[in-house]
Design a binder for this molecule. Sequence first.
Ligand code: BG6
Length: 616
Amino acid sequence: MCGIVGYVGQRSVQEILLAGLEKLEYRGYDSAGISIQGESGLEVVRAVGNLAALKAAVAEQGAEGAVAVLAPPATAGIGHTRWATHGRVTEENAHPHYDPDNRVHVVVNGIVENYMELKNELQAQGAHFTSETDVEVIAHLIANDLDEHGLVEATRRTYNRLRGHYSFVVQSSEEPGVLVGARKETPMIVGRSETEQFLASGIPAFLEHTRTVQALEDDELVVLTADGARFMTADGAPIERETQEIDWDVDAAEKGGFETFMLKEIHEQADAVAETIADRTVRPDGVDLPELDDELLRGTKRIIIVACGTSYHAGLIGRYAIEEWARVPVEMDVASEYRYRNPVVGPGDVVIGITQSGESLDTLAAMRLARERGATVLAVTNIMGSQATRDAHATVYTRAGLEISVAATKTFVAQVAVMYLLALRLAELKGSLSAERRTELVTKLKRIPHDIDAMLEHGTAAIDRVAERHFDKDFFLYLGRHVGLPVGLEGALKLKEISYIATDAYAAGEMKHGPIALLDQDTPVVVVATDSPVLDKVISNMQEVRVRGAHVIAVASEGTDLTEHAEETLVVPPTDWMLQPLLAVIPLQLLAYRIARLRGLNVDQPRNLAKTVTVE
Ligand code: BG6
């Protein structure tokens, strides 16, 4: 959840580090810092807040001559943006961290789980710590070994003493122009060129400089100098690592003309679905998922889905589709609950971890627990090479492209699409759906990208009206039935995440058992009322809401007139009722977006949230 960037080459490192961190800011932004190899050794600049604060600090210290921005430009350095886990959000806790003699600077993404024992050992030796963080121990440990072993070996020895989930980059005043990176279960990628090398937690940090990358795997280290990169295992054995060419265009990491990443990504949802289903729906009556073993799927007796946040809601929709089409029982649990409830799971079970980042610690832990107990573990993720792909027996990738906004949108619809593909594949292998019904569903699924584009082109007049009427409310209730319920849950989460308005989402049939007490004059109640076999039940719930003076906003299928039951209707194209979530969620994403913008909030970087939570 933090952003790391490192550079060694011929060019002035400050701009490269700051620009690189800007591209990673979505990973977390409580504080930021850079460390550069200036003429008088290592110089560090840190600031609380997002990158603008750091840039101001660099300019200010540069003006005082304290930082090498004015001296002959430094050509090696490391940088970091932080999402706090251990230690408050203070300048002292911002990375880079360093040893007392300022000889070793380190930036870290992740957590050192055994830091207390290491810190106690170091303090017993007289070490003085300047931060409350877990990761400062890394700088101390490396510095202690520096004179005897040199930077690379000192880093390798330190790496082997740490436990947890972390990647870090370190540099030393004793060995200018050398960076050492290490990876354990959180992302670290190397960018290569003839005369300069990069290290980062994500490709966007250096994509404008090079498209040639090398992945750093778990328990591996890399030594970077201006003219190259040398890989080794944590045991010190050299590794030959192939390079890959990245085909993302740089715009993929820019806003592409939209005012925010989130709006850009909402408008990329047609592509996200199209890409995700493209080569998997070639046959008219079936789905192909070559990543998954047919015999495994055919023999599946029970599926368990574990996920967090928005990904959990995608799993809920997947459950309806798998049970309805493939008649395979599906158990669901949020990963943070599953991992601690000593679940009954073992051989014969298929556990699916849905995680767009592939790095959510709770989901990874739930997947590992299932694997240890003999279950077959599948990952549904958006990030190549993420930890989830290493922990799973097989991975089905969503192809939503890079999602920068903290609030998930396009990765959600891509996840739902994967769940439909899986359910259809299972149904075909188990013979639980006729070829005719499969053909109907595959045909409608392939139309969804077109339906999404058509809907977005219709404009957002009704959504804007609802947002303008209710943006200052302090509570919204969301209702839905069947697959409409996870859509309501997701719509409610979106509003919470980016507008900070309290919301609740309930099965519409449950409203009379409690939530109806929350209704007051003009309380906004969003009802997912798209076509379905339970639509008449949903309509009666809408009537119950309206007689209490609440204000019903209905998501309705084109061609079904609900105007007499709702103050506003947000219309979506008709499709098979099981596929409706891919369409019904979009007006709710846009409603949350408009309300947050009317409240003047930072939609892409909501307070307290991070794009990926790799801590408990
Ligand atoms: C949260 C994100 O931290 O993690 C959500 O803010 C996301 O958007 C959730 O749904 C789960 O993340 P992932 O990467 O496991 O799908």
